[in-house]
Design a binder for this molecule. Structure first.
Ligand code: XIL
Length: 383
């Protein structure tokens, strides 16, 4: 499935013009259960992303590939050393945890939670309600199901309570609802929308998740919220209306799947306007893809593209640093070999979207993040 993207607005060269570095007032990164525990000496380098981010009260995260964690030594070491928050790339999705109706398989997700605890990382739970990666017994396409509306409502309630209770106390932020709107700002006509006869399922999902773990921060998460437009506006109105109904929503996740094919978004102003609603905000799935060679999916066609990518990474991180309510910045994985991008965006082919190369060596894009964090740590305003 291809996603419609905003039209090409600005040439790649424009991306080379950096954003403004502006740091907001002092901030700490939301509720931080780990801070309360006795902490042994840090097992990570002082110039790691996580060590630098800690100095400014920001959590730097990564999506984690369950097959690599534990089996791939270099991958595992980088995950532990560089990041202070982790997200299961797939292991907490419904298709993974309840492939067979009524039989839960938590092993992979539990392993990640144990790894995080051992390495003093916080966990973003991803995701409770989505239209993709549903178990086949429920829906093969997210839009149709053989279950009745009443059954759909009952299984969603059961799923949210089962999963949130299973991880109670272990999850810092839950992506309760993922991608409920399309790029035109219309609610997707998913099985959830149809069963409820509207978007009422969103409020119910947040209420159930809050009942199951009152301490977890509950997020709405979506892509392209970085750009002001119909989708970002629709989600803004949704959050306002949820707040008016006193629905327990605490944050908005900006996925941040960016591409040098498109102009750099007005991310900062969108983070600010959601924060002004009293929400936490977070960058939850950042990657910056560029056009690459069909036979070498992580080799950019344009030799200058990495400089544009560095600029996009840097501006995204700085936008988060500039907004006090922005509590975490999470790239969607860290090694180009493991990125979902080349397999998903292949017409035209895109890739090279992460901060480590195929051999797990840090790229220039890693170093700009490191430098930005080091600079921010030297600035007196945040942390
Ligand atoms: C992607 C994973 O990275 C892939 O491994 C999987 O095949 C498909 O899903 N938005 C989301 C993420 O919220 O869960 C998606 O992750 C990427 C887009």
């Amino acid at each position: 499935m291809r996603r419609p993207w905003l039209p090409l607005a600005v040439a790649t060269a424009t991306a080379l013009l950096g954003g403004q570095l502006a740091f907001a007032g002092s901030a700490t990164a939301g509720s931080d259960p780990v801070a309360a525990k006795p902490s042994p000496a840090p097992a990570y380098p002082a110039d790691s992303l996580r060590a630098l981010a800690a100095r400014v009260g920001l959590r730097i995260g990564t999506a984690v590939n369950a097959d690599e964690l534990g089996s791939n030594e270099k991958y595992t070491q980088i995950t532990a050393e560089q990041f202070s928050s982790v997200t299961a790339e797939n292991a907490m999705k419904w298709a993974e945890v309840e492939a067979v109706r009524g039989t839960y398989t938590w092993e992979k997700a539990d392993q990640l939670v144990a790894f995080a605890e051992k390495n003093r990382q916080l966990v973003r739970g991803h995701t409770l309600l989505w239209h993709n990666q549903l178990p086949a017994w429920l829906s093969t396409d997210g839009y149709t199901t053989t279950l009745s509306n009443e059954e759909v409502k009952a299984v969603l309630k059961e799923h949210i309570f089962a999963q949130v209770r299973h991880f109670k106390g272990d999850i810092w932020q839950w992506d309760v609802v993922n991608e409920a709107f399309d790029d035109n700002g219309q609610p997707r006509q998913t099985i959830w929308y149809k069963a409820w006869g509207g978007t009422g399922y969103i409020a119910d999902a947040f209420r159930w998740a809050h009942q199951a773990d009152p301490k977890a921060l509950l997020f709405y998460n979506d892509y392209n919220l970085e750009f002001t437009g119909p989708k970002s506006n629709a989600v803004y109105e949704l959050v306002k209306s949820l707040k008016a109904q006193r629905v327990p929503i605490h944050g908005v996740g900006f996925q941040g799947h960016l591409s040098t094919q498109y102009g750099y978004p007005d991310l900062l102003s969108n983070l600010e306007r959601f924060a002004a609603l009293g929400q936490k905000v977070a960058l939850t799935e950042v990657d910056v893809r560029t056009l690459t060679k069909p036979d070498a999916v992580n080799v950019p066609v344009d030799a200058l593209a990495p400089y544009a990518q560095e600029s996009y990474w840097s501006r995204s991180l700085k936008a988060c640093l500039a907004v006090r309510a922005c509590i975490s910045f999470t790239p969607w994985g860290f090694g180009d070999s493991y990125s979902w991008v080349p397999g998903w965006f292949d017409d035209p082919q895109a890739g090279a979207a992460l901060i480590y190369d195929e051999q797990l060596n840090p790229k220039g894009q890693y170093h700009v993040l490191q430098q930005d964090l080091a600079l921010a740590a030297g600035a007196p305003h945040r942390g």
